[in-house]
Design a protein around this ligand. Structure first.
Ligand code: SF4
Length: 189
C-alpha cells in the first residue's frame, strides 16, 4: 500500500461520522482516511433535517442520511444505520465493542446533526442514541450533552486543520491497538 499524499479538494471537505470516530481513535487514521480513502466515507447525501415531520414517523427506517452545517460552516454528513423514529432513537450496529469510544462519538455526531437541524423526537424531546452489539448481546445508551456538542465542534475544527496538514500525525505508541486497523501495514510495514 503506498502512502496517499493528496489532500481532499477544499470544495469537497466535509466531516462524516466515521471520520469523527477515526479521529477519536487516532488522528493519523483520520488523516490517512481523508487522503486515501476519502471516497469510502459516506457518499450519498439526502438531507433529513426539517423534512421529517411527526406524521412521517415510521416504526423503523433503514439508513437515514443526514446533512447539516457546523457553526463554523463546515458541511457535515451522516449515515445512520437505522432509527426508531416513533421512539426518537437512532441506532448504530457494530460487530464488536473494541472501538466503543469511537462508536459513541460517531453516534453523538449523528445526534448533533439532528440537533443542528432542530429535529426532535415525537414528543419534542432530543433524540437518543443506542449502540447495538448483537454478537455480544449488548446495547449502550448514548446521549448528547452540551459538553459533547462543544467537543464535537472542536473535533470538526481539528479535522479541518488536519486536512491541510501535509504530513500525517505520529502513529500510536501501542501497536497492539493497531492490529485491526486498515492502515497497519502503511504505518508499520
Ligand atoms: S495503524 Fe495504528 S497508528 Fe496507523 S493509522 Fe491505524 S491506529 Fe493509527
Amino acid at each position: 500500500m503506498s502512502a496517499p499524499n493528496s489532500a481532499p479538494p477544499r470544495s469537497s471537505f466535509r466531516v462524516g461520522g466515521m471520520l469523527v470516530g477515526y479521529y477519536v481513535l487516532c488522528p493519523r487514521k483520520a488523516w490517512l482516511s481523508m487522503r486515501g480513502l476519502w471516497m469510502e466515507q459516506e457518499s450519498t447525501t439526502v438531507a433529513l433535517g426539517r423534512q421529517i415531520d411527526e406524521n412521517s414517523y415510521e416504526r423503523e427506517q433503514k439508513e437515514i442520511m443526514l446533512t447539516a452545517e457546523a457553526p463554523n460552516g463546515t458541511p457535515l454528513i451522516g449515515k445512520v444505520d437505522w432509527a426508531r423514529l416513533d421512539a426518537g432513537v437512532l441506532h448504530e450496529t457494530k460487530k464488536s465493542p473494541s472501538a466503543e469510544e469511537a462508536h459513541k462519538w460517531q453516534l453523538r455526531f449523528y445526534l448533533w446533526l439532528l440537533a443542528l437541524n432542530e429535529v426532535t423526537g415525537p414528543q419534542g424531546e432530543p433524540f437518543a442514541g443506542e449502540l447495538n452489539y448483537p454478537k455480544q448481546r449488548r446495547t449502550e445508551d448514548v446521549r448528547l450533552t452540551n459538553a459533547h456538542t462543544e467537543r464535537l465542534q472542536e473535533i470538526v475544527q481539528s479535522l479541518q486543520a488536519l486536512s491541510r496538514q501535509k504530513s500525517p500525525p505520529p502513529r500510536r505508541e501501542e501497536r497492539s491497538f493497531c492490529q485491526k486497523c486498515a492502515f497497519e501495514e502503511l504505518c508499520y510495514g
